[in-house]
Design a protein. Structure first.
Length: 609
């Protein structure tokens, strides 16, 4: 205590001596109310890094991916976030819609079983479980994989379940038990870390608003950074419950029932497409429910009589074919390509043309096409008790626009046998809940003698992406699975986000630019970005209300001329405008008015006399 008192006395005495020596004394001293160019660059670059790097929540990578590949993937998304942040926001919005939809569907299944009872053959806890939004996000990002049987699917060891695949498991009461605590352990960030990042990025908004209120100029770099900060807030809001940077997914161990479902899911999903011909293994197999298999018409047959070929009174020609795709079916994107050229398409085998009557043929116009080799084997294997039958009336691979004519491998036969069992389970579940039949099955009047009678429609299993090698971050604007009902909302979000991004930069219309040419280029690029977003938003909204616009959108999307113009003209101009906005935001700092370097007077916002 004595020592502390002595030290304090010496400091006080030294201060008195300095005052007696005539040294000037000063009270509270304000620092210079200025900032430098380097301060602006550092502040904006750090904020951009935080907004783009830390807010990015990518899906689970592929099993074969290495560190360099994962870094490359992240770098591509960072570049996309730098030049087109609205696309990243739209990706997050699409995943949010899918996760929310999946959680709602799982809850519907649990509520139904609580009211009507569970399947006694399976665990009641498994059938009654409900998932949180975090668990649903984990499924949407490809966090759940199922081990395959090499005898059925030899090309992949593990397959990622999509949201559709998880939804099917929930519908059948086979939802895997995924612990939310384990998901949190896999995630590389928690709510507190996200909150601190958002708080730090929000400081840029406070500074910019203060400058505007005090009529101080704002640099183009700060305006560009403001746009990324707003996008970061949107990303954190949409991805708040999504795990961050998960590399190791959860694998569901193989069981016998999984072989059945995986076989069916594989045959329906794009992963089984041959030579990128967009034709799945399930495409040509019609389904006969158990209650209809005793009927004579259920057995497959090949009619080789000449009268079955192109006749004026053919019911197939008299009335147009009608196909009601399952909800979320990939074929609904382009029905004509999905079904094939069906005018005068009939079964055949024509006398006098040297055709083998022991195999099946398909007739298109006046030409007969031999059925694909891989499908002729079904006519020796399939029996009346099988649910999936290959019909000679409709063989998609028999048409000349499909070049896949390979021998059917043993694994494909094994998949078909398993799928016959799995589809019966799916149909039985739909029988108790008929409103979900349209989610899993496609009804078509292909070859029907009564096209207007729904009861006479041929049933096919819906082609939906149930499994994949990995789940992409952005599924596209045309297809979101059963949540496809929200595709128009996603398109509108993309358009409005682009309009908002362009409008924000258009706010610098009267700012000071180094040269007049740079000012007009900036205005042109911002106006093109914003106006295109507004026009697309209006078009997408109109397509939801007016059927003519919906047909127009389909024609535009499938037009070769439009695709060429988009790839050769629109896309390069769009990329040039985006790159110019970012580059000009930095190079414009070479000549700025002096007031740019003044900082706001924060004392104006504090209570004082």
């Amino acid at each position: 205590m004595f020592t502390l008192c002595l030290v304090a006395f010496l400091f006080v005495r030294r201060g008195v001596s300095a005052a007696e020596g005539g040294a000037p004394l000063t009270g509270w001293y304000e620092p210079p109310n200025e900032r430098g160019t380097w301060d602006i660059i550092v502040s904006c670059v750090l904020t951009l890094t935080i907004c783009i790097w830390s807010a990015l929540h990518l899906n689970v990578p592929t099993e074969e991916s290495r560190l360099a590949q994962r870094n490359y993937r992240r770098a591509r998304w960072i570049i996309l976030g730098l030049f087109a942040p609205e696309l990243v926001v739209s990706t997050a919005f699409g995943q949010f819609l899918t996760a929310r939809w999946l959680r709602g569907e799982i809850r519907k299944d649990a509520v139904y079983r609580k009211e009507h009872g569970t399947d006694p053959g399976w665990s009641s806890e498994q059938q009654l479980q409900e998932w949180s939004i975090t668990q649903c996000y984990y499924a949407v990002m490809g966090g759940i994989r199922m081990q395959t049987n090499p005898e059925c699917i030899p090309t992949h060891g593990r397959l990622s379940l999509t949201a559709e695949g998880v939804r099917m498991l929930s519908f059948l009461g086979r939802l895997p038990e995924i612990d939310e605590g384990q998901i949190d352990d896999k995630s590389k960030a928690d709510g507190l870390a996200k909150f601190l990042v958002v708080l730090q990025a929000g400081w840029m908004i406070i500074q910019t608003l203060a400058r505007v209120q005090q009529k101080l100029p704002v640099t183009l770099l700060e305006i560009n950074t403001m746009g990324h900060v707003v996008c970061a807030f949107a990303l954190y809001g949409l991805w708040w419950s999504k795990p961050l940077d998960v590399k190791d997914p959860t694998t569901v161990l193989n069981e016998e029932w999984q072989d059945r479902l995986l076989s069916l899911m594989w045959m329906c999903s794009p992963i089984c497409w041959h030579n990128d011909d967009f034709i799945s293994e399930i495409r040509c197999l019609q389904y006969t429910p158990p209650s209809e298999r005793h009927l004579p018409s259920a057995a497959p047959s090949v009619n080789t009589e000449e009268k079955s070929i192109h006749t004026p009174n053919s019911p197939v020609e008299q009335k147009p074919q009608k196909t009601h795709f399952s909800v979320g079916s990939i074929g609904a994107q382009d029905p004509i390509k999905f079904i094939g050229p069906l005018d005068q398409f009939q079964q055949g085998g024509v006398d006098g043309e040297g055709l083998d009557h022991n195999v099946s043929y398909a007739v298109h116009g006046k030409k007969s096409f031999k059925m694909a080799k891989e499908h002729t084997i079904f006519f020796q294997l399939q029996k009346p008790h099988h649910g999936l039958h290959h019909s000679a009336l409709y063989c998609r691979r028999a048409l000349k626009d499909c070049d896949s004519h390979e021998e059917l491998p043993p694994a494909a036969i094994r998949r078909w046998e398993h799928a016959c069992l799995a589809v019966d389970d799916l149909w039985t579940a739909c029988a108790t809940r008929p409103e979900f039949t349209a989610y899993f099955f496609t009804a078509s009047t292909l070859g029907s003698t009564a096209p207007d009678d729904p009861a006479m429609a041929t049933k096919f299993v819906g082609e939906v992406a149930y499994v994949a090698a990995h789940v992409p971050n952005f599924p596209g604007l045309g297809y979101l699975g059963s949540v496809n009902v929200h595709r128009d909302a996603l398109k509108s979000v993309v358009a409005f986000a682009g309009a908002a991004y362009g409008g924000l930069h258009l706010a610098a219309w009267n700012d000071v630019f180094p040269t007049a040419a740079e000012r007009w280029l900036w205005i042109g690029c911002a106006l093109a970005t914003g106006a295109s977003g507004v026009l697309l938003a209006l078009f997408f909204l109109a397509s939801q209300k007016v059927r003519a616009f919906e047909h127009l959108e389909h024609l535009v999307r499938n037009s070769t001329a439009v695709r060429w113009a988009g790839a050769s003209i629109v896309t390069p101009l769009f990329l040039t405008a985006r790159v110019f906005i970012v580059v000009e935001a930095f190079i414009s700092l070479r000549r700025q008015p002096a007031d740019v370097y003044q900082t706001p007077e924060w004392s104006e916002y504090l209570p004082h006399l």
